[in-house]
Design a protein around this ligand. Structure first.
Ligand code: PLP
Length: 390
């Protein structure tokens, strides 16, 4: 079937699949076919589909009030702010609608802090090569991949890119003009590439000494995806700013910028804002997610299931697979064949997976997936790889 598209801008490379319903960790297409989901809507639907509490609370909120705007007080906003600030051990939060917006807000916050404390000329943001931080002009610029720096000139200034896990390169790039460094603890879109402890610790110590702000982009790795609330918690560091989106709303569009005490009064009235940011419906979703994260066994179960996923894949057929990496339920399988072809083959066999670059299959199943479902999915994935490569 060709997907007839006369009206939509041609920005997405759609798979030939129309999803109409979800249940648990399964999705159904318009022909009634059932698929095991290892995508979570690109790391979004972490509670799977049809979570009872989520549906109940959202339905109740829809009938009461969907949106009221930020000119009025909003109890849900205060409640979720408290919940998120406490669970993250940060100081304050600003709510946006997406990952790019969260990073945009974080960079504004860092630059204002630096200006207030050091004046003009200290506004450069370092990020990493192969990173991904969003699609706005500022976050495209922050993204350390050349392919995103075409066509849309002029881009905002004040960025430079450090090679992942290369301390020498960091030392070469950092100077008195740098106000912040932006890091993903595991690069998601860039190929599921984890940072090393040595690299992160060095940067953290350096930044602390020079009052350079450390921003962790936890848009993909955050909210339980890696088995801890945030991916950076695998290192012994404390960021100044954390950005969130994706899994925070379990499908509702929401993003957040969290800051520590040092930055808590930098944004003043009028410095930042958003019509939809902090809207009641998305916050209702976030509240359900955050309460779930606080349950004693939730995050440990993600760690356990992550191990099941990793173990099931790690020694798989080295002639076809280069390596398996990641943490928790964020795993990349680098294959010796085009990842897109594997994705298509798996789809035909009833498993939905993501890709990250040319050769990496990215697995981001809902965090509520069972071990049996993980093994079932891995089986399909292995068969798909073997059929293509073997
Ligand atoms: C680490 C990271 N940051 C930012 C973004 C951008 O998020 P959004 O698409 O919600 O703007 C993404 C999206 O994939 C991401 O993975």
């Amino acid at each position: 079937m060709t997907y007839k598209n006369d009206y939509l801008m041609d920005t997405y490379d759609f798979l030939d699949l129309t999803l109409v319903k979800g249940e648990g960790c399964y999705l159904y297409d318009s022909n009634g076919n059932k698929y095991l989901d290892f995508t979570s809507g690109i790391g979004v639907s972490s509670l799977g589909y049809g979570d009872k509490k989520l549906c109940k609370d959202l339905n109740a909120q829809i009938s009461k009030l969907i949106h009221s705007s930020n000119i009025f007080k909003n109890e849900t906003l205060l409640e979720v702010s408290k919940l998120l600030v406490e669970i993250s051990e940060m100081s304050k939060v600003f709510f946006s609608n997406s990952g790019a917006e969260s990073n945009e807000g974080a960079i504004k916050l860092a630059r204002k802090y630096s200006f207030l404390n050091y004046g003009y000329g200290r506004n450069k943001v370092l990020s990493l090569k192969q990173s991904f931080h969003g699609r706005t002009m500022l976050t495209l610029r922050a993204t350390g991949q050349e392919k995103f720096h075409k066509y849309f000139f002029p881009f905002p200034e004040g960025f430079d890119y450090v090679e992942r896990n290369n301390i020498e390169d960091f030392k070469n790039k950092v100077d008195d003009s740098v106000c912040a460094i932006l890091l993903e603890s595991i690069q998601g879109e860039g190929g599921v590439n984890p940072l090393t402890e040595e690299f992160v610790t060095f940067i953290s110590n350096y930044c602390e000494e020079k009052d350079i702000l450390m921003i962790f982009d936890e848009v993909q790795t955050g909210i339980g995806r890696t088995g801890k609330l945030f991916g950076f918690q695998y290192f012994n560091v404390r960021p100044d700013i954390i950005t969130l989106a994706k899994g925070l709303g379990a499908g509702l569009p929401i993003g957040a910028v969290l800051c520590n005490e040092k930055l808590s009064n930098v944004f003043q009235k009028g410095d930042h804002g958003s019509t939809f940011g902090g809207n009641i419906l998305s916050l209702t979703g976030a509240k359900v997610v955050l309460e779930r994260m606080k349950e004693d066994d939730f995050l440990p179960s993600v760690v356990e299931k992550g191990e099941v996923l990793y173990e099931a894949l790690k020694n798989f057929y080295s002639e076809l697979v280069i390596g398996v990496r990641g943490r928790g339920l964020m795993i990349g399988v680098e294959v010796k064949m085009p990842a897109k072809i594997v994705q298509q083959k798996a789809l035909e066999k009833g498993l939905l997976v993501l890709t990250a670059g040319e050769n990496v299959i990215r697995l981001l199943p809902p965090l509520v997936i069972s071990k049996e479902e993980i093994l079932k999915g891995v089986n399909i994935l292995k068969k798909s790889i073997i059929e293509i490569g073997g």
